[in-house]
Each structure stands twice: as structure tokens, then as C-alpha cells.
Design a protein around this ligand. Structure first.
Ligand code: PRP
Ligand code: MN
Ligand code: MG
Length: 180
């Protein structure tokens, strides 16, 4: 699997430092907010685990599973809600955790959903922000790295459901897209 990677963009160490930096900021900002931290499956699972451990605040944790890439490199444009939250959102301070914001469609979908459910406040923490990919004007409040406009995998991010378990974020060798 590691052999399919052309180059590493963010190493295990880079990511752990980013999680620590964001965690310190979030600890300060969420001191008195008792947030519901919402991890967006599947991509955000690894980053969520690392960042919440750096947050020294009372926080609830919930999961929502949405998908639009269906394993490929292009957004289908249609968001499927595969698994919903179990927490009552009304009046709560929400912190969405994402692995990447690209077109912005997934985030827009989530923000609209949480607004409909009368969340008190909605903020977003993403490991990667791919601003050049944006089709919808949405922004994250906490960002690990601004990522160039390339298809990246690892640390939660998949290509055809694989590579999520790489401990770093990298770019696949071009031949991988044609072979598999
Ligand atoms: C990916 C990624 C983000 C979203 C970002 O999820 O994890 O959730 O796409 O892209 P966007 O800004 O263009 O909407 P995906 O649909 O691949 O599902 P997954 O997390 O289960 O891999
Ligand atoms: Mn995702
Ligand atoms: Mg995906």
C-alpha cells in the first residue's frame, strides 16, 4: 500500500503537530460551550480521534456518515446521508470535524441540516482545506493545512475505499488510477 504513494504531503509528525495546535485553540474557544463534536464519516475518523484528545473541555461526540465521492476522485454532486446523528442538536454548540473541504458541497449540506435542526452555533474544523476546489462558498474556522489542488489519500481519505489507514496524507502514483 505504501508503495502506491508518489509523495507524502503531510507526515505523521506534521499531522500530530497540527492536531496539537488546533486542540489548544479549541480548548480555549470551547471552554464554556459544552460542544457536540460531530465527526463526518468516514474520512474524518482518524483526525477526529487525534484532535479530540487534544481538547481539554467537556464535549459530546457524535457521528454522521455522508458520502458523495463514492470512492472516486470526482464529487458526484449528490450527498447521501448514510447514517444520522443520535444527539438532539437544537440549542447546542456544534463543532464539525472534517478531513477535507473540497467543492464545499458536503459541508454546505451539513450546515443546512444542522441549521434546520436549530443548532445554536456551528463551527468547522478541517484537517485539509482545498480552496481551489471550491464550488460553494463555505469556510472552515479551524484549518490544519491549506492543501494544493491534487487528489490526496491517507489518514482517513480514500481512493475507492482504500488508503484510509495510511498514517500520513499523500498523492498516489498516476498508474494507480488506471490499474485498479
Ligand atoms: C469526502 C471528504 C469530505 C468531502 C469533501 O467524503 O471526506 O467529507 O468528500 O468534499 P466536498 O467538499 O467536495 O464535498 P466522501 O464523500 O468521499 O465520503 P467518505 O468520507 O466516506 O470517503
Ligand atoms: Mn467525507
Ligand atoms: Mg471518500
Amino acid at each position: 500500500m505504501n508503495n502506491d504513494i508518489e509523495r507524502v504531503l503531510y507526515s505523521r509528525d506534521d499531522i500530530s503537530k497540527a492536531a496539537h495546535r488546533l486542540g489548544q485553540q479549541l480548548t480555549e474557544d470551547y471552554k464554556d460551550k459544552k460542544p457536540v463534536v460531530i465527526s463526518v464519516l468516514k474520512g474524518a475518523i482518524l483526525f477526529t480521534v487525534d484532535v479530540i484528545k487534544e481538547m481539554d473541555v467537556y464535549a459530546e461526540l457524535d457521528f454522521i456518515d455522508v458520502s458523495s465521492y463514492h470512492g472516486g476522485t470526482e464529487s458526484s454532486g449528490k450527498i447521501d446521508l448514510l447514517h444520522d446523528l443520535s444527539t438532539e442538536i437544537s440549542g447546542r454548540n456544534i463543532l464539525i470535524i472534517e478531513d477535507i473541504i473540497d467543492t464545499g458541497r458536503t459541508l454546505k449540506y451539513l450546515i443546512d441540516l444542522l441549521k434546520q435542526r436549530n443548532a445554536a452555533e456551528i463551527k468547522v474544523c478541517t484537517l485539509l482545506d482545498k480552496e481551489d476546489g471550491r464550488l460553494i462558498d463555505v469556510k472552515a474556522d479551524y484549518i490544519g493545512f491549506a492543501v494544493p489542488n491534487e487528489f490526496v489519500v491517507g489518514y482517513g481519505l480514500d481512493y475507492k475505499e482504500l488508503y484510509r489507514n495510511l498514517p500520513y496524507v499523500g498523492v498516489l502514483k498516476p498508474e494507480v488510477y488506471t490499474d485498479k
